[in-house]
Design a protein around this ligand. Structure first.
Ligand code: HEM
Length: 426
């Protein structure tokens, strides 16, 4: 990737394509859209939507961009007084405080990421498995005698919210106050009339985080992230409120909606493919490779943005300082140069170099805990309601899937079973 190498840069900007990741057309046809870009003479396209952005479509270009965080910045500037915002990892940029660590660049990123790393390490994630299993089972108990479930309202929405809030030290009984604005913020197009109301509810969630942070400051240290933020010095000084809110923004948004989207898509797939469902029930040892394949195929976090800091050539296209880039992990995961039969789910696919958890420095810190939550939810559904039937005609996709490839609801029926406990959240 340098301006002197290879063929003369193609003027992608001179031939913009009709592409908007927040549109209904994208939600319905994204795989075709990326195939068309990939197979065109110019695999890094330019869209004029939302102020303009580049759209790479090949795995190698997306990974190369993700690995060069000096040239392709994630940093955001936000002026709370005026609401002016630029950069960051969302297109269009939204006027919220910088998210930590995702909207920082090296070397600042190293400090923010290493401050929280050990809380997300494989061992720490594994230590949450019993908690995740207990709550997945408790949530299914609430519907198991009825024969009816909305997978999102009853399981795949609450479980990741409860596990993430426990990790943060937020009050579990109030999970709805956090999960609902977090879902709304990703599926409401940012330039729609409803967005300001959604943003206001999102802000209330931050206000609540601050109340809890102040409470932890008055208490002895406890084993959760807000308590760490309240008590542990960051580079020899206390974290500011804005930095804590930046962490809350990133960890809650990262933790709550992504695993919901993954698990819901997988439950739909296993319902549509009863042989595959039986195969997974009969051979649970398949779950780890199947899980990675599902992350590849569905790319629950569909994309993030980067911001170019200098003129540079990528894949034969000149990207200029100041240009924005939409980074579709979902497109890279379907690149036939890297994955044989990319549009086919092979639950035994191995090796699987998918980029569903990202690539480069910002690769998902929550991937281990996401895997634990996903496995516990799927195992419980397959053992306690193995013949569930989804009512797909009543299910609704997110209006915009360009950030999270998710669903609003997922109604289903199953043969009623017996409760295992009467535990409640309190
Ligand atoms: C299936 C579930 C998940 C998927 C597909 C996913 C996907 C991703 C991706 C693609 C990135 C890279 C973003 C970038 O390059 O800018 C990322 C970063 C991140 N994710 Fe996840 N994520 C998932 C679950 C989680 C969970 C459960 C948490 C926390 C509890 C989490 C927290 C984060 C954070 C904090 C970052 C930023 C890391 C950094 O900037 O260093 N994610 N995630």
């Amino acid at each position: 990737m340098n301006a002197d190498a290879g063929a003369a840069p193609i003027g992608a900007k001179a031939n913009p394509i009709d592409f908007d990741h927040e549109s209904a057309e994208y939600a319905a046809r994204w795989t075709d859209q990326y195939r068309t870009i990939r197979e065109s003479g110019c695999p890094i396209a330019w869209s004029g939507a939302h102020g303009g952005y580049f759209v790479p479509s090949r795995y190698n270009d997306i990974v190369a961009i993700a690995q060069d965080s000096q040239t392709f910045s994630s940093a955001k500037t936000f002026d709370a007084a005026t609401g002016a915002v630029s950069g960051g990892v969302l297109i269009p940029a939204i006027p919220f405080p910088t998210a930590y660590p995702i909207e920082t660049d090296r070397p600042v990123w190293d400090a923010y990421r290493s401050f929280i790393n050990r809380r997300f390490a494989p061992k720490a994630a594994e230590a949450r498995r019993d908690f995740a299993r207990h709550h997945a089972s408790r949530l299914l108990d609430q519907v198991i005698e009825t024969g009816e479930i909305d997978f999102i309202a009853d399981l795949t929405g609450p479980l990741p919210a409860i596990v993430t809030m426990d990790l943060m030290g937020l009050p579990l009984a109030d999970w709805r106050d956090f999960a609902e604005p977090l879902h709304e913020i990703v599926y409401t197009p940012k330039e729609s009339a409803e967005f300001p109301d959604v943003a206001a509810r999102f802000q209330q969630m931050f206000d609540r985080c601050l109340v809890e942070l102040r409470r932890y400051r008055e208490l002895p240290p406890e084993d959760n992230l807000l308590s760490v933020f309240a008590h542990e010095p960051f580079e020899g000084r206390p974290l500011t409120d804005d930095e804590v809110l930046g962490y809350c923004n990133n960890i809650l948004a990262g933790g709550v909606d992504t695993t919901t989207a993954l698990t819901t898509n997988v439950l739909v797939y296993l319902w549509r493919n009863p042989d595959e469902r039986q195969r997974l029930i009969g051979d649970p040892a398949l779950l780890p490779t199947a899980r990675e394949e599902f992350v590849r195929f569905f790319a629950p976090q569909h994309a993030v943005a980067r911001n170019c800091t200098r003129d540079v050539e990528v894949g034969g296209v000149l990207i200029a300082a100041g240009d924005r880039i939409y980074m579709p992990w979902g497109a890279g995961n379907r690149d036939p140069e890297v994955f044989e039969q990319p549009d086919f789910i092979d639950m035994a696919r191995f090796p699987n170099r998918h980029i569903g958890f990202g690539a480069g420095a910002h690769r998902c810190i929550g991937s281990f805990v996401a895997r634990v939550m996903f496995e516990e939810m799927v195992k419980q559904v397959l053992s306690r309601m193995p013949n569930y039937r989804i009512d797909i005609d009543r299910a609704q996709r997110y209006r915009s899937i360009g950030t999270i490839n998710g669903w609003m609801n997922m109604p289903a029926t199953f043969a009623p079973g017996t409760r295992l406990s009467h535990d409640t959240l309190g």
